[in-house]
Ligand binder design. Structure first.
Ligand SMILES: Cc1cc2nc3c(=O)[nH]c(=O)nc-3n(C[C@H](O)[C@H](O)[C@H](O)COP(=O)(O)OP(=O)(O)OC[C@H]3O[C@@H](n4cnc5c(N)ncnc54)[C@H](O)[C@@H]3O)c2cc1C
Length: 538
């Protein structure tokens, strides 16, 4: 990794997150390419990133996060929802919950049907395998060769097993591998970890690549705008030593700033919806009405119980004793509680029998969680999250101003479609039944959320509107599609339509949200993008 900055590079990758880390690493495998990776956040030196259980503290470390808020959500009692996003090398993969999930095979077939030619399941599976380095699974669905280390959790809490047994009693079978032929059922999640430590995209892809002389990684520097000349992106503007500086690209700029910042940067550079650009006096370069539109996310609701026993993870005298003992164990053997990704167990099922595939996902946490972990919660208990995987509602990213300094406006528009509410009400009822069954087996367990006073559909609806939160999977704001689809922003080779020299590869290019967590799918997209680029510049 060179720290000296040249005035031009073959490739400039914007954003060192799940996608950007992969692309910078893969492109720098070609020794005659000069590659620059620019990341707005700092290097990933904070130990809470690397110790998996540090996740419990990460939510309170503001400096590693963009700390976004949505606008007032009109279908969620006008609440502004907290949207964390990693602002650090590794991006959101450095602050996420490490669950390794690909989604359903049919999700990708639907991408292809929606215009993303060549992105069906059979075409994307080889790229999941190229990325994956599983420590214990090796079959037609898994590889042990890739840089992204995936493992089975070594020491999940017994409460996670209690959740699985309770869900079994409600007809959800145990699934030992959600990333094989069948996604349905409940079980312990595989996690992106190596030797008891988080395996972020930065750890997986940049640890080895950073020693290459042809890769420069620039942290703590925000790209402000793309340089566009004659309908060709040929550089980026950054501030170095308090001076705006143009760094040129001789081949391509690859935009990997994530589902919120990628459309923001495009619009600031004059690529976007005409009205948005005019509103902020930005001269339009390419009119692209789809930029920032098609925003999709998984909305989540939670059932929570408090226990008089000290099972699970909790803030109490016995909990502190456990933490001390477990820290020593982790230090000696990289085992035990500190390897937990907190959201240890979960699974997939249908919200009602008429669904063609599982449209709900559970995340079980053997602890009481408040406000995304930003508030300390004393005592012991458990939280069962359930989210809707295929919402019909669509939101939008807009500009707040013409400056990179202003956070973009996030209009998630959750529950705009009434069907989305009905699914979540069914989801909440099922989650509650599972938790009640589990609570019978635990000393002094009582439901605290939604609580005994909320029983009827109307009361559950109100609970959802007042309490639903993101489970952190925004996608779709620069969707991939046919050249003739007015709302498509990139084509099937991830080239920005209507302008040369620019590719986009991150969560923003998904035509529709996948039925599961989004880190592995983004890494798959990035692996494929790197292959496209290498092929096109052979
Ligand atoms: C709290 C949380 C928990 C999650 N849990 C899971 C999970 O358990 N499993 C899972 O699969 N997924 C999970 N996700 C989702 C998953 O991590 C993301 O979908 C994925 O990381 C997105 O990848 P990306 O490359 O699109 O964006 P990011 O990884 O967010 O990367 C974008 C990068 O671009 C940088 N950037 C932005 N603007 C600029 C600019 N102007 N100049 C330079 N750099 C810029 C950012 O700082 C960031 O590093 C979670 C996400 C969060 C936030």
């Amino acid at each position: 990794m060179s720290s000296f900055i040249n005035s031009s590079y073959d490739f400039i990758v914007i954003g060192g997150g799940s996608a950007g880390a992969v692309i910078a690493s893969r492109l720098s495998e070609v020794s005659h390419y000069q590659v620059l990776l620019i990341e707005a956040g700092k290097a990933d030196s904070n130990p809470f990133i690397h110790i998996p259980f540090g996740l419990a503290a990460l939510a309170r470390i503001k400096s590693l996060n963009w700390n976004y808020q949505t606008s007032q959500e009109s279908h969620l009692a006008n609440r502004q929802l907290y949207w964390p996003r990693g602002k650090v090398l590794g991006g959101s993969s450095s602050v996420n919950a490490m669950c390794y999930i690909r989604g359903d095979a049919s999700d990708y077939d639907e991408w292809e049907n929606a215009g993303a030619s060549g992105w069906n399941w059979q075409s994307v599976l080889p790229y999941f395998l190229k990325a994956e380095g599983h420590t214990s699974r090796f079959d037609s669905f898994h590889s042990n060769q890739g840089p992204l280390k995936v493992t089975q959790l070594t020491d999940p809490d017994p409460l996670s097993d209690a959740f699985i047994q309770a869900a079994n009693k409600h007809g959800l079978a145990t699934n030992h591998d959600f990333n094989a032929e069948f996604r349905d059922g409940v079980g312990i999640y595989d996690v992106t970890q190596t030797n008891g430590q988080r395996c972020s995209a930065a750890k997986a892809y940049l640890d080895t690549a950073k020693h290459r002389p042809n890769l420069t990684v620039l942290c703590d520097v925000q790209v402000e705008k793309l340089h566009i000349q004659d309908n060709h992106v040929s550089g980026v503007y950054i501030t170095l030593n308090k001076q705006q500086t143009l760094i040129r690209s001789t081949k391509e700029v690859v935009l990997c700033a994530g589902a919120i910042n990628t459309p923001q940067l495009l619009m600031l550079s004059g690529i976007g919806d005409e009205q948005q650009l005019c509103k902020h006096n930005i001269a339009p370069t390419v009119i692209k009405p789809g930029v920032g539109k098609n925003l999709q996310d998984h909305l989540d609701i939670m059932v929570q119980s408090r226990h008089s026993s000290s099972q699970g993870y909790g803030i109490s005298l016995s909990g502190i004793g456990q933490l001390i003992r477990q820290s020593w164990r982790y230090y000696r053997s990289r085992r035990g509680m500190l390897t937990s990704n907190v959201a240890e167990a979960g699974g997939f099922c249908k919200s009602d029998k008429r669904q063609t595939k599982a449209d709900l996902q559970f995340h079980f946490i053997p602890a009481i969680l408040r406000d995304h972990g930003r508030q300390l919660a004393f005592g012991h208990g458990a939280s069962l999250h359930v989210c809707h995987l295929y919402p019909k509602s669509r939101g939008e990213i807009q500009l707040q101003s013409s400056s990179i300094e202003s956070a973009p406006i996030i209009k998630a528009n959750y529950l705009a479609e009434p069907d989305d509410l009905n699914v979540l009400i069914n989801a909440l009822k099922l989650a509650r039944q599972i938790m009640q069954t589990m609570n019978y087996t635990i000393k002094g367990a009582v439901e605290i959320e939604p609580g005994n006073e909320r029983i009827s559909d109307q009361e559950l609806e109100s609970y959802i509107r007042l309490n639903a939160q993101t489970i952190y999977h925004p996608v779709g704001t620069c969707k991939m599609g046919h050249d003739n689809d007015e709302m498509a922003v990139v084509d099937a080779r991830l080239k920005c339509i209507g302008i040369k020299g620019l590719r986009i590869a991150d969560a923003s290019v998904m035509p529709s949200i996948v039925g599961g967590n989004t880190n592995a799918p983004v890494i798959m997209i990035a692996e494929r993008a790197a292959d496209f680029i290498k092929h096109d510049w052979r």
